[in-house]
Design a protein around this ligand. Structure first.
Ligand SMILES: Cc1cc2nc3c(=O)[nH]c(=O)nc-3n(C[C@H](O)[C@H](O)[C@H](O)COP(=O)(O)O)c2cc1C
Length: 199
Protein backbone atom coordinates (compact mmCIF):
# COMPACT_ATOMS: atom_id res chain seq x y z
CA UNK A 1 0.00 0.00 0.00
CA UNK A 2 1.38 3.34 -1.05
CA UNK A 3 2.39 5.70 1.75
CA UNK A 4 0.86 9.10 1.14
CA UNK A 5 2.85 12.12 2.24
CA UNK A 6 0.56 14.65 3.91
CA UNK A 7 0.37 17.97 2.20
CA UNK A 8 2.81 20.32 3.92
CA UNK A 9 0.17 22.27 5.79
CA UNK A 10 -1.82 19.14 6.70
CA UNK A 11 -4.96 20.94 5.57
CA UNK A 12 -8.27 19.71 4.25
CA UNK A 13 -8.75 19.08 0.53
CA UNK A 14 -11.06 22.10 0.40
CA UNK A 15 -8.51 24.41 2.06
CA UNK A 16 -5.79 22.98 -0.17
CA UNK A 17 -7.84 23.72 -3.29
CA UNK A 18 -8.65 27.22 -2.01
CA UNK A 19 -4.98 28.06 -1.53
CA UNK A 20 -3.00 26.03 -4.09
CA UNK A 21 -0.93 27.93 -6.62
CA UNK A 22 1.39 27.24 -9.50
CA UNK A 23 5.07 28.04 -8.90
CA UNK A 24 7.22 29.63 -11.60
CA UNK A 25 9.75 27.19 -13.04
CA UNK A 26 12.61 29.56 -12.19
CA UNK A 27 11.73 29.09 -8.50
CA UNK A 28 11.93 25.28 -8.66
CA UNK A 29 14.81 23.08 -7.64
CA UNK A 30 15.61 19.50 -6.59
CA UNK A 31 14.45 17.17 -5.25
CA UNK A 32 11.62 16.02 -7.42
CA UNK A 33 9.18 13.24 -6.56
CA UNK A 34 10.63 9.78 -5.89
CA UNK A 35 9.43 6.74 -7.86
CA UNK A 36 6.53 5.99 -5.58
CA UNK A 37 5.39 9.63 -5.58
CA UNK A 38 5.73 9.72 -9.37
CA UNK A 39 3.46 6.69 -9.60
CA UNK A 40 0.92 8.46 -7.39
CA UNK A 41 1.06 11.57 -9.58
CA UNK A 42 0.63 9.52 -12.77
CA UNK A 43 -2.25 7.56 -11.24
CA UNK A 44 -4.07 10.74 -10.20
CA UNK A 45 -3.23 12.31 -13.58
CA UNK A 46 -5.09 9.62 -15.47
CA UNK A 47 -8.05 9.48 -13.07
CA UNK A 48 -9.98 12.10 -15.01
CA UNK A 49 -13.40 12.43 -16.60
CA UNK A 50 -13.14 10.76 -20.02
CA UNK A 51 -16.34 10.46 -22.09
CA UNK A 52 -16.75 6.86 -23.31
CA UNK A 53 -13.40 5.81 -21.82
CA UNK A 54 -11.32 6.64 -24.89
CA UNK A 55 -8.17 7.56 -22.93
CA UNK A 56 -7.51 10.29 -25.52
CA UNK A 57 -4.17 11.29 -24.01
CA UNK A 58 -0.83 9.81 -23.04
CA UNK A 59 2.04 10.94 -20.85
CA UNK A 60 5.81 11.12 -21.35
CA UNK A 61 7.98 11.33 -18.23
CA UNK A 62 11.21 13.33 -18.49
CA UNK A 63 13.77 12.78 -15.74
CA UNK A 64 17.58 12.83 -15.59
CA UNK A 65 19.32 12.76 -18.98
CA UNK A 66 16.03 12.22 -20.83
CA UNK A 67 15.25 15.91 -20.16
CA UNK A 68 18.31 17.01 -22.14
CA UNK A 69 17.76 14.47 -24.90
CA UNK A 70 14.17 15.67 -25.33
CA UNK A 71 15.33 19.31 -25.34
CA UNK A 72 17.99 18.53 -27.95
CA UNK A 73 15.39 16.99 -30.25
CA UNK A 74 13.30 20.17 -30.07
CA UNK A 75 16.34 22.43 -30.33
CA UNK A 76 17.32 20.71 -33.59
CA UNK A 77 13.87 21.53 -34.99
CA UNK A 78 14.06 25.10 -33.73
CA UNK A 79 17.50 25.57 -35.32
CA UNK A 80 15.95 24.99 -38.76
CA UNK A 81 13.30 27.70 -38.34
CA UNK A 82 13.71 31.16 -39.80
CA UNK A 83 15.15 34.02 -37.71
CA UNK A 84 16.26 31.85 -34.81
CA UNK A 85 19.43 32.81 -32.94
CA UNK A 86 22.07 30.44 -31.52
CA UNK A 87 21.09 31.64 -28.04
CA UNK A 88 17.46 30.63 -28.59
CA UNK A 89 18.57 27.17 -29.74
CA UNK A 90 20.79 26.80 -26.69
CA UNK A 91 17.94 27.84 -24.34
CA UNK A 92 15.74 25.23 -26.00
CA UNK A 93 18.33 22.51 -25.37
CA UNK A 94 18.37 23.19 -21.63
CA UNK A 95 14.68 24.01 -21.34
CA UNK A 96 13.61 20.78 -19.62
CA UNK A 97 16.58 20.78 -17.24
CA UNK A 98 14.97 23.57 -15.24
CA UNK A 99 13.06 21.16 -12.98
CA UNK A 100 13.82 17.63 -11.79
CA UNK A 101 10.68 16.22 -13.41
CA UNK A 102 8.65 17.21 -16.44
CA UNK A 103 5.54 15.33 -17.52
CA UNK A 104 4.55 15.90 -21.13
CA UNK A 105 0.79 15.55 -21.53
CA UNK A 106 -0.06 14.56 -25.09
CA UNK A 107 -3.60 14.94 -26.36
CA UNK A 108 -4.45 12.01 -28.66
CA UNK A 109 -7.96 12.69 -29.94
CA UNK A 110 -9.40 10.09 -32.31
CA UNK A 111 -12.30 10.03 -34.80
CA UNK A 112 -15.23 9.02 -32.63
CA UNK A 113 -18.80 9.74 -31.63
CA UNK A 114 -17.28 11.61 -28.67
CA UNK A 115 -16.45 15.04 -30.12
CA UNK A 116 -12.79 15.99 -30.44
CA UNK A 117 -13.25 18.97 -28.16
CA UNK A 118 -14.43 16.69 -25.34
CA UNK A 119 -11.36 14.52 -25.78
CA UNK A 120 -9.09 17.57 -25.64
CA UNK A 121 -10.87 18.85 -22.53
CA UNK A 122 -10.09 15.49 -20.91
CA UNK A 123 -6.38 16.05 -21.70
CA UNK A 124 -6.67 19.46 -20.01
CA UNK A 125 -8.09 17.72 -16.95
CA UNK A 126 -5.03 15.44 -16.93
CA UNK A 127 -2.79 18.53 -16.85
CA UNK A 128 -4.61 20.12 -13.93
CA UNK A 129 -4.79 16.82 -12.05
CA UNK A 130 -0.99 16.72 -12.23
CA UNK A 131 -0.81 20.20 -10.66
CA UNK A 132 -3.16 19.09 -7.90
CA UNK A 133 -1.42 15.75 -7.30
CA UNK A 134 2.04 17.34 -7.15
CA UNK A 135 0.80 20.06 -4.79
CA UNK A 136 -0.90 17.51 -2.55
CA UNK A 137 2.47 15.78 -2.13
CA UNK A 138 4.16 19.08 -1.27
CA UNK A 139 5.78 19.73 -4.65
CA UNK A 140 5.77 22.86 -6.77
CA UNK A 141 4.40 22.59 -10.29
CA UNK A 142 3.54 24.65 -13.34
CA UNK A 143 1.64 23.92 -16.56
CA UNK A 144 3.32 25.62 -19.49
CA UNK A 145 3.10 25.40 -23.25
CA UNK A 146 5.21 26.97 -26.02
CA UNK A 147 5.96 26.91 -29.72
CA UNK A 148 6.64 23.16 -29.78
CA UNK A 149 3.17 22.14 -28.58
CA UNK A 150 1.44 22.76 -31.90
CA UNK A 151 4.40 22.72 -34.28
CA UNK A 152 4.17 19.82 -36.75
CA UNK A 153 7.96 19.40 -37.10
CA UNK A 154 8.37 19.37 -33.32
CA UNK A 155 5.56 16.85 -32.96
CA UNK A 156 7.28 14.48 -35.41
CA UNK A 157 10.68 14.96 -33.71
CA UNK A 158 9.32 13.76 -30.37
CA UNK A 159 7.40 10.85 -31.90
CA UNK A 160 3.85 12.17 -31.90
CA UNK A 161 1.31 10.81 -34.39
CA UNK A 162 -0.55 13.12 -36.78
CA UNK A 163 -3.60 13.32 -34.52
CA UNK A 164 -1.52 14.24 -31.45
CA UNK A 165 -0.24 17.46 -29.90
CA UNK A 166 1.27 18.53 -26.60
CA UNK A 167 -1.45 19.79 -24.25
CA UNK A 168 1.06 20.84 -21.65
CA UNK A 169 4.49 20.50 -20.14
CA UNK A 170 4.02 19.98 -16.40
CA UNK A 171 7.18 21.02 -14.57
CA UNK A 172 7.50 19.61 -11.05
CA UNK A 173 10.10 20.28 -8.37
CA UNK A 174 10.66 21.61 -4.89
CA UNK A 175 10.41 25.21 -3.82
CA UNK A 176 10.96 27.03 -0.54
CA UNK A 177 8.85 29.99 -1.54
CA UNK A 178 5.09 29.98 -1.29
CA UNK A 179 3.92 32.22 -4.12
CA UNK A 180 1.65 35.13 -3.33
CA UNK A 181 -1.84 34.69 -4.65
CA UNK A 182 -2.63 36.22 -8.02
CA UNK A 183 -5.76 38.21 -8.66
CA UNK A 184 -8.68 35.83 -8.97
CA UNK A 185 -11.83 36.30 -11.02
CA UNK A 186 -14.70 38.33 -9.67
CA UNK A 187 -17.14 35.49 -9.00
CA UNK A 188 -20.19 37.64 -9.59
CA UNK A 189 -19.11 38.43 -13.13
CA UNK A 190 -18.11 34.92 -14.16
CA UNK A 191 -20.75 32.86 -12.33
CA UNK A 192 -24.36 33.88 -12.46
CA UNK A 193 -27.62 32.16 -11.66
CA UNK A 194 -29.66 31.37 -14.78
CA UNK A 195 -32.80 33.43 -14.75
CA UNK A 196 -34.01 33.04 -18.32
CA UNK A 197 -32.37 34.14 -21.55
CA UNK A 198 -32.64 37.89 -20.88
CA UNK A 199 -30.34 40.24 -22.74
C1 LIG B 1 -2.95 25.69 -21.41
C2 LIG B 1 -2.13 26.58 -20.53
C3 LIG B 1 -0.88 26.98 -20.96
C4 LIG B 1 -0.09 27.81 -20.16
N1 LIG B 1 1.16 28.15 -20.61
C5 LIG B 1 1.93 28.94 -19.84
C6 LIG B 1 3.23 29.28 -20.28
O1 LIG B 1 3.68 28.85 -21.35
N2 LIG B 1 3.97 30.08 -19.47
C7 LIG B 1 3.48 30.57 -18.28
O2 LIG B 1 4.18 31.31 -17.59
N3 LIG B 1 2.25 30.23 -17.84
C8 LIG B 1 1.46 29.44 -18.58
N4 LIG B 1 0.22 29.09 -18.15
C9 LIG B 1 -0.26 29.62 -16.87
C10 LIG B 1 0.19 28.86 -15.66
O3 LIG B 1 0.20 27.47 -15.84
C11 LIG B 1 -0.76 29.12 -14.48
O4 LIG B 1 -2.05 29.17 -14.94
C12 LIG B 1 -0.49 30.40 -13.77
O5 LIG B 1 0.84 30.40 -13.44
C13 LIG B 1 -1.35 30.55 -12.48
O6 LIG B 1 -1.82 29.33 -12.04
P1 LIG B 1 -2.38 29.00 -10.59
O7 LIG B 1 -3.77 29.48 -10.56
O8 LIG B 1 -2.28 27.49 -10.52
O9 LIG B 1 -1.49 29.66 -9.58
C14 LIG B 1 -0.58 28.25 -18.91
C15 LIG B 1 -1.84 27.83 -18.48
C16 LIG B 1 -2.61 27.00 -19.28
C17 LIG B 1 -3.97 26.57 -18.77
Amino acid sequence: MQQTKMNPQNISVTDFMLSRRSVLIKNMNAPGPDNSELETILTIATRVPDHRKLEPWRLLVLQGDARRDFGEKLAAVKAKKEDVTAIQVSIEKDCFMRAPLVIVVIASPVEHKTPEVEQILSAGAVCQNINIAAGSLGYASQWVTGWSCLDTDAQRAIGLSENEFVAGYLYIGSSDEKPQDRQRPDLESVATHWSGNKT
